[in-house]
Design a protein around this ligand. Structure first.
Ligand SMILES: Nc1ncnc2c1ncn2[C@@H]1O[C@H](COP(=O)(O)OP(=O)(O)O)[C@@H](O)[C@H]1O
Ligand SMILES: Nc1ccn([C@@H]2O[C@H](COP(=O)(O)OP(=O)(O)O)[C@@H](O)[C@H]2O)c(=O)n1
Length: 202
């Protein structure tokens, strides 16, 4: 069975949390595509060639322990604006999406560019303040000394860059279901996503 769930939306809106839960529930594979761009940014570093880093990306690159920081997120969003970087990552994402047994991919352009024919498309949003609070709680629990205001500034800068770039800008697909999780618990948000998938599987 081939079945693709595409989850897009701005930074820290809950895409990964929902994606992992949907994948676990239905036994689908899950790909956090943001991790690919974070790994490219980290692999290239400030002086390197991001296009070469994207073309040479190997699975071990995704296991670096510094990919979740705000700095790695900023580097990701800069390399993600380069069309050749995005092009180098398309084939892997598309073949992951069509693997046997079902797949969930979360990112910014899954429903619009990577998988325009996905069976389910969700666009997950939440207010800026709520997203900043959630990401700050996550980073501070890991010992990151970043402040909540710094997280908010990071999210806003990335969202603007991601939405305004020419190459695969962040936006909801015309047929995406928008899920505003501002006032939802994780359990409620996941239940809403599961219901959308159930409806299409039936
Ligand atoms: N509905 C929610 N309520 C409270 N916290 C949430 C909710 N959804 C996600 N979170 C938390 O917010 C943080 C960001 O979520 P995540 O799924 O990583 O977002 P994204 O993949 O969109 O960047 C995580 O720490 C996650 O546990
Ligand atoms: N499909 C994707 C996924 C991520 N990205 C870029 O990668 C960055 C990091 O993505 P992420 O999903 O890990 O970010 P968070 O939402 O977890 O903060 C984003 O800010 C985008 O610039 C993208 O351009 N396309």
């Amino acid at each position: 069975m081939r079945f693709t769930v595409a989850i897009d939306g701005p930074a820290a809106s809950g895409k990964g949390t929902i994606g992992r839960a949907v994948a676990a529930h239905f036994g689908f594979a899950h790909l956090d595509t943001g991790l690919l761009y974070r790994a490219v940014g980290a692999k290239a570093g400030p002086e390197g060639d991001p296009v070469a880093a994207a073309r040479d990306l190997v699975p071990e690159d995704l296991h670096r322990d510094d990919l979740r920081s705000a700095g790695a997120g900023q580097a990701a969003s800069r390399v993600a604006a380069i069309p050749e970087v995005r092009a180098a990552l398309v084939a892997f994402q598309r073949s992951f999406a069509r693997r046997e047994g079902g797949a969930v991919l979360d990112g910014r352009d899954i429903g619009t560019v990577i998988c325009p024919d996905a069976e389910v498309k969700l666009y997950v949003i939440a207010s800026d303040g709520v997203r900043a609070r959630r990401r700050w709680l996550e980073l501070s629990a890991k010992g990151d000394p970043i402040t909540e205001d710094e997280v908010l500034a990071d999210l806003k800068a990335r969202d603007r860059r991601d939405a305004e770039r020419e190459a695969a800008p962040m936006r909801p697909a015309k047929d995406a279901v928008v899920l505003d999780t501002t006032e939802m618990t994780i359990e409620v948000a996941v239940a809403r996503a599961l219901a959308e998938v159930e409806a299409k599987l039936a």
